[in-house]
Every structure is written in structure tokens, then in C-alpha cells.
Design a protein around this ligand. Sequence first.
Ligand code: ATP
Ligand code: MG
Ligand code: FE
Length: 341
Amino acid sequence: TLILGLESSCDETAAALVTGDRRILAHRLAGQEAAHRPYGGVVPEIAARAHVEVLTPLVEQALADAGVTLADVDAIAATAGPGLIGGVMVGLVTGKALALAAGKPLVAVNHLEGHALSPRLADPALAFPYLLLLVSGGHCQLLFVEGVGRYRRLATTIDDAAGEAFDKTAKLLGLGFPGGPAVEAAARAGNPRAVPLPRPLVGTAEPHFSFAGLKSAVLRARDAGVHSAGDIAASFQQAVVDCLLDRTRRALAVADGATALVVAGGVAANGAVRAALADLAHAHGLPFVAPPGWLCTDNAAMIAWAGAERLAAGLTDGLDVAARARWPLDPTAEKARGAGV
Ligand code: ATP
Ligand code: MG
Ligand code: FE
């Protein structure tokens, strides 16, 4: 099978062609960093406009790269949420139009499911169930992945996402946008033990996350004017790693039957995060799976792959499917959260 994937939920516009046997025939991506940089963050209106301008050309380029036409495609997979609603609508409407024009099925993909299944695109040996640390710009969750469409949320953040913390720290330290790679680069020249920073929630029974206090501590450290940006960045990164590690260790204790420890989402591109989790998996006698960096940050290959997995499971969608700004992977957990965490 051959799947065309479209992604437009945040500030990356992307199109990719992926086969059911994991061959990535083409993947095209247009970032919008330059357009958003003056504002230090993603501006939804600018993002939606940019998606409109570049998505169709990206689809044409991806088809040309792969040497195929729309007629060769078995299904169109488009991100249908969660994300910035204007951008999600651009990708989903484009997917619907292509599906209608070509007479192919549409698969409306949850962007988080794209991240969650991306490790299976990267590693053919990765089987269900696995424990997934999903760390991205908008989410920080531990999920027990039982199968396609079957996600049990064990934990989430009670305030900021990990990627958000990286982005805010980068902004506070004047390191630029997007923040994650900038903080990681600055941290290389710094001492991770130089600045004492908190490890929120570490040691608590439930494996939830919190990063808001860390951000405030970074602000205080910066204003104290004692430490270099490199030392603050390195100390911040170490604090995040320590939190992710402690929480994931705790989740492993309840993730009965997990065949692997897996990390996905933009923050999974971070070398320190990957190294720490690899050690943790090793200590538990579990394989560790992390997609290559480009497959961790937003891309359309993971959407095409999630489309391939859903198509194989018989899960396609009607052309009336709606774009969703919010769309939890585990709706039962989300409901529980209304009553506390
Ligand atoms: P979500 O997937 O939750 O909807 P998103 O799509 O905006 O959010 P991703 O593209 O998956 O998020 O990830 C982007 C985030 O990953 C940003 O916060 C970015 O700073 C962070 N990130 C990217 N590379 C790195 C890195 N090397 N180190 C740390 N963080 C990183
Ligand atoms: Mg992005
Ligand atoms: Fe994402």
C-alpha cells in the first residue's frame, strides 16, 4: 500500500509518501521559523496563511520525488487535530479534496497518534504493547500503547509541556526560536551542575509532570546575573532530563507487559534525553526505541505511517470528518482530568 500524508497542525507544513512496508518514498517539509521568529513564538494567523501557500506545491513535489501520481496512492492521511485550528483545517480540507478527486479513502489522523506510532515506522521490530514517553511542544505524557487506536494514559503534565519549557527557557535566555535545539546547543558549552534548579514532582507516587516552576527558576537564575547562559541552559536541560527519567522509571513499574521503552515527539530529538532513557531501558532489560531526530519533530511521514496503520486496521473516515483543536488520545483519562489530574 502507498499512503500520502499531510501535516499542518502547527508551524510545519509537510507532505510525505510512505508504504505499508515502511519505505519512505518522499518527505517534504517547509518550516515557518523565519515568519514567526520576530514574535518569539508561533502566530496562528500567520501559520494558517503559510500552510495555504505551500501545502499543494509540497504535495506535487513529494509525488514527483517518489515518481508516482495520485492514482498510485491507496489512501490520503491528513492530520485532523489537535493543533492550531486554522492550520489543521487547511491540511484536512486539502486531504478531503485530494481524496474526493482521486476517489481514494481518507484517513483523519490524530497528530499525537502520528507521534505515538512513528517509532514503529523507524523500527520494524517494535511490537505492541510499549511504554511511550510522548514529549513535544504541546504535550508531555506517558502512554501505554496497546495497539492502533488503543492508548492508555498513565500520566500527563499538570502545567507546561516539556517542549514548551525548552521554548520558554530559550526565550528567557535570548537563545532564539525554536527553543529546543537552541537550548541543546547552548547546553553543550555549559556545566549541568552549575545552577541549582528544582526537579518538580520527582519522587511523587503518580508519574505526572510539572515544568512551570522550572521556568520560573530559570528566570530567577537569569536575573541574578551570576551564571552564563550556557550554564543555565545546561542546568535546565539536566533538570528536565532528571524529571523525565524519574517519572518514566515510575511508569515502568506499572507498565506490565511492555515490550519496549519508546520516546517520541519533538523533545525526543534531544541527545541528553535520548541517552538517559536508553540507559533506563537498558537497566530494565528492555529495548529502547527512538525515531531519528527528523521523525521526532513534526513531519508528514509519521502521519502517512499512522494512516497506513489505520488503513490496515480498516479505520477510514468520511469526508464529513471535522477538524479538532483538542483531541485527546485517551478520552477516558481526559475526562478524569476534569476532576483533578
Ligand atoms: P504537539 O505535537 O504536542 O502538538 P508540536 O507539534 O508543536 O506539539 P513537536 O513538533 O512534536 O511539537 O515538537 C516541537 C517541540 O520540540 C518544541 O517545543 C521544540 O523546542 C522541541 N524540540 C525540538 N528539538 C529539540 C531538541 N533538540 N531538544 C529539546 N527540545 C526540542
Ligand atoms: Mg514546529
Ligand atoms: Fe507534534
